[in-house]
Design a protein around this ligand. Structure first.
Ligand code: PGA
Length: 248
């Protein structure tokens, strides 16, 4: 069976004071262990990792370079992330694709670089509203999955996570209905089984896009939705804990 996760994507939010409060709350309320991950801004990764001796979370990044070292001013190396014991990297988020022109080819190169450094990539895919309205959802999403995984070999199902995030549902308060999301997740599952006959059945596929404590239960009831990649609701400790409790 695919494992269930809650992954918080803090984006460019949460200052030091706010993250101290967040972790303080989780410690006080005694979050039970589970597959609960947080991606803060790069500058806070080390601080958050230090806090995981008291709170059962894994910490990762929201992006990284596809290069390991060298003259790439301003970039962050996946090997440096591995060096400070980060656990995972979110790749190909729709904000990276749209605002920073990340192509499927670059994202594929990042997936390989991240796995080469023994970090877990979370490969994000999803269609825009325009693509959904012109019935291109499945084509776009499966193309992103196929190109993102081109030449990627997996040793086990836990080596990678896929996140389906319809662009029109991110930060808008509009969640895909559980049925709409499941239709795409089931299509991704078929593609994963085709690409990875040994483990495609058990690769976790997370849903993202306005996931909240009040809609998580219906989403995770779907057979191919294995948890959430959560933006807004992961910033508030109470909401994040409610999401974690829902999947435990
Ligand atoms: P949201 O963001 O939960 O605020 O919609 C999700 C994401 O971008 O990963």
């Amino acid at each position: 069976m695919a494992k269930s996760y809650i992954v918080g994507n803090w984006k460019m939010n949460q200052n030091r004071h706010e993250l101290n409060e967040f972790f303080g709350h989780l410690e006080k309320e005694e979050l039970n262990p589970g597959n609960f991950w947080i991606a803060p801004q790069f500058i806070h990764i080390q601080t958050c990792i230090e806090k995981t001796n008291k709170v059962p979370l894994k910490i990762g990044a929201q992006n990284c370079s596809d290069q390991t070292s060298g003259a790439f001013t301003g970039e962050i190396s996946p090997s440096s992330l591995a060096d400070i014991e980060a656990h995972f990297v979110i790749l190909g988020h729709s904000e990276r694709r749209a605002l920073f022109n990340e192509s499927n080819e670059l994202i594929n190169s990042k997936v390989k670089a991240v796995m080469g450094n023994k970090l877990v990539p979370i490969l994000c895919v999803g269609e825009t509203l325009e693509q959904r309205e012109s019935n291109e959802t499945m084509n776009v999403v499966l193309d992103q999955v196929t190109k993102g995984l081109q030449g990627v070999k997996l040793g086990a199902e836990d080596d990678i996570i896929i996140a389906y995030e319809p662009v029109w549902a991110i930060g808008t308060g509009k969640t895909a209905s559980p049925e709409q999301a499941e239709e795409v997740h089931a299509g991704i599952r078929e593609k994963l089984k085709e690409l990875y006959p040994e483990c495609g059945e058990n690769i976790s596929i997370l849903y993202g896009g306005s996931v909240k404590p009040n809609n998580i239960d219906d989403l995770i009831k779907q057979p191919n939705i294995n948890g959430g990649l959560v933006g807004g609701a992961s910033l508030k400790a109470e909401d994040f804990m409610a999401l974690c409790r829902a999947i435990n």
